[in-house]
Write a protein that binds this ligand. Structure first.
Ligand code: ZN
Length: 314
């Protein structure tokens, strides 16, 4: 293991041959047969990659995701190592369920990410890791139908309407996101904000500076206003609390509260909502995932993932 968190490839060659079991059948994860309550042991924390393990555990705990992933089958001999991320992820999940240890090291998955040049070091925002990980994962799913099903679990579809403030020309565009980026304000005197307020603010009419907008009718950069609406909601709604101030390379530690259940109809006006909005999540599930209550959740959480309760794990 190097200081930047990368793994020595030669050191892992032996492990690769040992656990690359092409004959083992693919099965759905049971979530009940493992050593612990959630059906799996933990993941060893390998230095410098603290944001990867929570992501992997979140994906593991989403049964609809793992049920879909399990259907990829076994990789053929013609699948090169750098195209095996979906298979390595599933293999790791199975190892987490079967292991008699307290935790398993995700070495094989890390080796795959290393080949894909996915940067995992601590200074990278968890959302960048999630986005890069997800793009590679989706790209290497061999079946287009499975790829689409996996996309539908997380993809947030938006429509953006931009009005030029000089000529009033209107343009519209569709945009797909893995997570909704919400601003976290720097409050003095520990004043708190909330997820609902940040979400509501995202969908307010925004002013765009000249460098942010090019008007095709004016043929120039112009000031504009932008309104964003939801076209469709995914089954898993992910919010990115933007705590990393990239200009100053520092983290914003303002407290942001978030509710156990999120009713978008209470937060957003009907014109921002898609017609087929789904119900939201159980607070017990959230508390389950947080563990140590001594941590100040609201001041540290970066990624909030809401899953409809009707589809949550058994
Ligand atoms: Zn214009």
């Amino acid at each position: 293991m190097y200081e930047d968190g990368y793994v020595d490839l030669q050191q892992l060659d032996g492990e690769d041959e040992q656990s690359d079991s092409a004959d083992s059948p693919i099965r759905c994860l049971s979530y009940s047969s493992g050593r612990y309550r959630n059906g799996a042991v933990g993941l060893c924390n390998i230095g410098g990659m603290c944001c990867l393990n929570p992501l992997l555990q979140t994906l593991y705990m989403y049964k609809e995701f793992t049920d879909t992933l399990c259907r990829i089958g076994v990789p053929g001999d013609d699948v090169p190592p750098e195209k095996r991320l979906p298979y390595e992820l599933l293999s790791l999940f199975e190892e987490m369920q079967d292991s008699q240890e307290d935790a398993v090291p995700p070495y094989r998955l890390l080796r795959c990410l290393q080949m894909l040049k996915v940067t995992l070091v601590a200074r990278i925002d968890v959302v960048e890791v999630f986005s890069s990980f997800w793009d590679h994962l989706i790209r290497d799913v061999p079946n287009p139908d499975l790829e689409e099903e996996l996309r539908s679990l997380y993809n947030i579809s938006l429509e953006e309407h931009v009005t030029c403030q000089r000529c009033r020309h209107q343009s519209s565009a569709h945009r797909d996101l893995l997570s909704l980026p919400l601003r976290v304000s720097r409050y003095k005197y520990h004043k708190t904000s909330s997820l609902e307020r940040a979400l509501s603010r995202y969908f307010l009419c925004q002013d765009l500076d000249e460098e942010e907008n090019f008007c095709s009718k004016c043929g120039n950069n112009t000031r504009a206003s932008k309104v964003t609406n939801l076209r469709s909601l995914p089954r898993t709604l992910t919010f990115h609390l933007r705590r990393l101030c990239k200009k100053k390379r520092e983290k914003i530690n303002s407290t942001v509260t978030f509710p156990p259940e999120l009713d978008l109809q209470e937060v957003l006006s009907p014109r921002h909502l898609p017609p087929d909005q789904q119900p939201e999540v159980s607070w017990d599930d959230v508390k389950c995932t947080y563990g140590n209550t001594a941590f100040h959740w609201g001041a540290t959480a970066v990624l909030l993932i809401y899953v409809p309760s009707a589809r949550s794990c058994d």
